[in-house]
Design a protein around this ligand. Structure first.
Ligand code: ATP
Length: 274
């Protein structure tokens, strides 16, 4: 039976076009030395929404996030955040503009306490009352962190460290959060817990999110829009509802077919939807 084509956003036609995107990445190319890791990627995050980027190991997901947060400079293309060009700005300037990055592997400070880690996230703020209020909100979102506020962060479990990394970024009062593989190395139960908090932060604190994940099921259930990245290029872009119905996504990313083990297969050809 022929598959009905999704009506929007083949990569050849550009990308999802939101009326008021909080993030607009246009045709970026990023290199490590002479190796081109991101090959002309364009994507958007509509204000207030969650957007997922799916892709196998080495597809270039982390490199895209690092390019957005200023850790890496793109050789070509542009990044606009909240109406402002931010490519080539320093990472600390980008954080101050309201763009938080929760890196892969969490990168918490293990010898500092949980509270000290959280305060590091508020380094650019001088509104003490606001910082105290946000700390209270974190206690609501993550009661487990409240209980362990004065312990060294290195003693937390992997899931708790992920909660801390997200909370630390929250303390910077972000308008947009970049989340790099929040499910990495966590048990299914903790993955569900982390994703439920991600949804709450989006719904209750109004934070837009760009979520990079190998756990395609969680990502597609959480985000409104999704992009699929293969070898540094976007090969699919659509609403998550439609991506979940796509046979390719079901086979390659949702494990519907054994031969389609994630990361072992590539698209045979570029998808062209009309
Ligand atoms: P993973 O899920 O494994 O983190 P990813 O999709 O985030 O993968 P990236 O980490 O962005 O992928 O890597 C994209 C490509 O760039 C890969 O081929 C990787 O080997 C390469 N790469 C990443 N970091 C470096 C580096 N520091 N120096 C050279 N090449 C790198």
């Amino acid at each position: 039976m022929p598959r009905s084509p999704p009506p929007i956003s083949a990569p050849e036609r550009g990308h999802m076009s939101a009326a008021d995107p909080i993030l607009k990445v246009s045709n970026i190319e990023t290199y490590y030395g002479r190796i081109m890791a991101v090959r002309g990627v364009s994507l958007e995050v509509p204000r207030g929404e969650i957007v997922a980027v799916l892709g196998a190991n080495g597809a270039g997901k982390t490199t895209i996030l690092k390019t957005i947060s200023g850790v890496l400079d793109p050789l070509k293309g542009s990044v606009e955040f909240d109406g402002l060009r931010i490519d080539r700005l320093d990472p600390d300037r980008i954080v101050r503009l309201g763009l938080g990055h929760v890196p892969e592997g969490r990168e918490i400070f293990p010898f500092l306490t949980v509270e000290e880690n959280l305060m590091m996230g508020a380094f650019a703020r001088n509104d003490r009352d606001g910082v105290a209020a946000d700390l209270e909100r974190i206690h609501g979102f993550f009661p487990v962190l409240k209980a362990r506020l004065h312990q060294r962060a290195g003693l937390l479990s992997g899931g708790e460290q992920q909660m801390l990394a997200i909370s630390r970024a929250f303390m910077g009062r972000p308008k947009l959060l970049l989340l790099d593989e929040p499910s990495l190395g966590l048990s299914p139960l903790l993955v569900r817990e982390i994703f439920s908090i991600i949804r709450r932060l989006n719904a209750e604190a109004g934070i837009s999110m760009l979520l990079v994940e190998q756990n395609a099921k969680m990502a597609l259930e959480t985000a409104q829009h999704g992009y699929v990245l293969e070898v540094g290029r976007i090969v699919m872009a659509d609403s998550c509802a439609r991506l979940m119905q796509s046979q390719d996504i079901q086979e390659f990313y949702l494990g519907a077919k054994e031969a389609g083990a994630r990361g072992e297969r590539r698209w045979k050809k570029r998808k062209v939807w009309r």
